[in-house]
Design a protein around this ligand. Structure first.
Ligand code: ADP
Ligand code: ZN
Ligand code: ZN
Length: 682
């Protein structure tokens, strides 16, 4: 045993300390395999054993030799994570201001981080060898139309990194472009004797099975795996390993999949790139879309961002030619056309139980023709609040700045922000009046009315309440696909992605609240959501037996510019107005923001901490606004406040955060705080 052969391993461990830890590796015999960067290793940490990642190997350490402990074991059974993957994690840690160890370790499946390696070893045995080249079955592949062909040509042109913004109206065949591009790139690499992998990100877990099926049908000879938070630990480990070992050619997943290890990655697709769910809202608060773009640039490969309503950031980059804009202007399926959108002016027309007569008539017509309708109401429960007309009592949550929502089938009042649940009071808690009134409408109340209105119709409600059990959302959507539902009613869960063949009517109930939100992104979100839900209608090839598809929106603000643009299906018009407003108001994407949030039992403490943080360091080039309570100030008895930082330069902001956040960590405070870079909810 020669001390010359020992090495110092710099390791990332899952601790809140923003440092890398030094350990010693000492060979016990000449046969000992030396460690490499990117391997997992088991080390003593305090009185425990933990698994960490080797991020550098050195001859010596700055610490005194007697302070350095020996590692316990190296996971040689697992090939090392690549330098690219470590660089990605390091970028994410730096950019979002988190310790590296809190980035690299939590994103690995638990079985890899476990001190016992038995689960890992058995998962490794179960990983299939790369799939043999089965002849591909003849799942019908349509001939690309001109727009699709042009997009496909641009994406698959050899030329390394490029961000393509695939702007295609709903049903324009974006998926077909993704699949064809994936196929071409995988095939091309194979012919050159290289392995290749494609990563496809989708916003919504409920959409992964649907896409997974079409991908598998298209590529029966390829190994396709999915990665999302609803997989069991065993499934997640196997999917992750397949991606890491290069066995999986296609990885489909939600935002967390952007951190998958894929050594042969050659193409990334981000479907519905504008979707807010690409932003992780806790821990490492990353944007999966932005990290995906970083990855593509680092690997020098193409990336496709697809959307019918791109984010203002991406649209702005496309307009200024940093991204390449590819346009699919028409629906792809034969004779499928975009639905006609109309507004029902609720200032003039009286509704019964929330539904206006023209919408009821349109529903009746669809029922008579055996077609499907979809009603969209982004509010679950029966009524958002219960109220006493005698004394003015309303069902406030005792612990939050929010109302308790009436859930009639469950006979409960529920707060959607904390876990508080109460039985519906039989009389007013303050005056004893027994006649408590539900105010406003949620999906359950509309459902109840639909049953009275159309007793023979098959009505299905899909929202977070009706789909609590694992797999139940999937099952519910399948019932609609099988045509066993006449009227589908739901929240944003029903707005996304699904392709229901006989759906010809979409009704939107009460979307107006978003028009007057304090959140400057609310309009952008509403437009995207309405376009998307409208896009569920009339997607199939219409051979004439289905009626003309239509979308009806009930609104009190029929003259609002957002609705006027929507009527024309005019996203570019909406985007250019919105971007102009953002530019003159000094909002993203024209400025860069970070948000410091503090939580405390008292609002004063939270505000005081933020005020101190604000005065901690000089900050040239950065505006730090006054600390303010959050709009929903109290949640579960905790008061919340925030401090907004703004700068014209991303680098200026980043450089400041790099010194400011470590200073904040040193502050002696017991309150909880979090920092978010590029926040999307303000
Ligand atoms: P998007 O993802 O843009 O909303 P999809 O990819 O789901 O649209 O396509 C909508 C429908 O059009 C699907 O049923 C799909 O099979 C069909 N489709 C796509 N491309 C073509 C094409 N070139 N010719 C005929 N039908 C097509
Ligand atoms: Zn009362
Ligand atoms: Zn509450």
């Amino acid at each position: 045993m020669s001390p010359l052969n020992s090495r110092i391993l710099k390791m990332a461990l899952d601790t809140p300390l923003a440092i890398e830890f030094d350990y010693r590796w000492q060979p016990t015999s000449t046969e000992d395999q030396p460690p490499s960067v990117g391997q997992l290793a088991q080390v003593p940490f305090g009185r425990r054993e933990v698994v960490g990642l080797i991020i550098a190997i050195q001859e010596s350490s700055d610490y005194a030799p007697e302070k350095i402990r020996d590692i316990t074991a190296i996971r040689h059974q697992l090939p090392p994570l690549s330098a690219h993957w470590i660089a990605l994690s390091r970028f994410a840690a730096d950019y979002y201001q988190r310790p590296l160890g809190e980035v690299v370790l939590p994103c690995l499946p638990k079985n890899l981080r476990a001190v016992k390696s038995t689960a890992l070893d058995s998962a490794l045995k179960k990983i299939n060898a790369p799939a043999s080249s089965k002849a591909s079955t003849d799942s019908v592949t349509p001939i690309l139309n001109q727009d699709q062909q042009a997009a496909f040509d641009a994406i698959t042109a050899e030329g390394g990194y490029s961000t393509h913004l695939l702007f295609g109206v709903t049903g324009s065949g974006k998926t077909e472009v993704y699949l064809r591009s994936a196929e071409k790139i995988l095939e091309r690499e194979k012919q050159q004797g290289r392995r290749a992998q494609v990563l496809i990100l989708v916003p919504e877990i409920n959409l992964t099975p649907q896409l997974e099926n079409s991908v598998r049908a298209r590529f029966p000879s390829l190994n396709v795996v999915s990665l999302h938070s609803q997989l069991s630990e065993g499934e997640r480990t196997r999917s992750w390993l397949s991606a890491h070992l290069g066995n999986a050619s296609i990885v489909l997943g939600t935002r967390l999949a952007v951190l998958a290890s894929m050594p042969d990655l050659k193409l990334i697709v981000v479907d519905e790139e504008h979707d807010p769910s690409y932003k992780q809202q806790e821990g490492l608060r990353y944007s999966a879309r932005d990290l995906a773009i970083w990855r593509a640039r680092d690997l020098d490969i193409p990336i496709v961002l697809g959307s019918a309503t791109p984010s203002m950031e991406s649209w702005h980059h496309a307009e200024s030619h940093r991204y390449r804009k590819l346009v699919l202007a028409q629906r792809a399926a034969a004779k499928a056309v975009l639905p006609a959108i109309s507004l029902i002016d609720m200032e003039r027309i009286k509704a019964t139980e929330g539904l206006a007569p023209p919408l009821i008539a349109a529903l009746r017509e669809r029922l008579a023709r055996g077609e499907q309708s979809l009603l969209f109401l982004n509010r679950r429960g029966y009524a958002p609040v219960v109220h006493c007309e005698a004394c003015g009592w309303i069902s406030n949550c005792q612990r939050c700045t929010a109302f308790m929502v009436l859930h009639k089938p469950e006979r409960r009042l529920r707060c959607h922000h904390c876990s508080l649940e109460l039985r519906i009071p039989s009389s007013c808690p303050t005056c004893g009046n027994v006649d408590l009134q539900p105010l406003g409408r949620g999906t359950q109340r509309i459902e109840e009315y639909l049953h009275t209105l159309f007793p023979e119709a098959r009505v299905l409600r899909i929202d977070a309440d009706s789909t609590r059990k694992k797999g139940s959302a999937q099952a519910a959507f399948e019932t609609v696909h099988r045509g066993e539902v006449d009227i589908l009613l739901g929240t944003q869960m029903v707005a996304k992605g699904h392709d229901f063949q006989r759906l010809t009517l979409v009704g939107v109930i009460n979307p107006d609240t978003a028009l007057f939100s304090h959140d400057y992104r609310a309009g952008e979100r509403l437009f995207a959501q309405l376009m998307q839900v409208a896009g569920r209608a009339g997607r199939a090839a219409n051979t004439g037996e289905l009626s003309q598809s239509e979308v009806m929106i009930q609104t009190r603000y029929a003259q609002h510019p957002l609705y006027r643009a929507l009527l024309r299906h005019d996203f570019p018009g909406f985007a250019s107005t919105t971007l102009e407003e953002r530019r003159s108001a000094g909002l993203p994407p024209f400025v860069f923001q970070a948000l410091l949030r503090a939580e405390s039992k008292t609002l004063d403490k939270a505000l005081e901490f933020l005020q101190k943080a604000r005065e901690l360091l000089p900050h040239p080039g950065i505006v730090i606004n006054d600390p303010v309570p959050m709009t929903m100030t109290r949640v579960a008895g905790i008061e919340r406040a925030q401090l907004l930082l703004e700068s014209n330069g991303r680098a200026v902001l980043q450089n400041f955060l790099k010194v400011w956040v470590p200073e904040l960590r040193k502050q002696p405070t017991r309150l909880r705080w979090t920092l978010e870079v590029d926040p999307i909810d303000i």
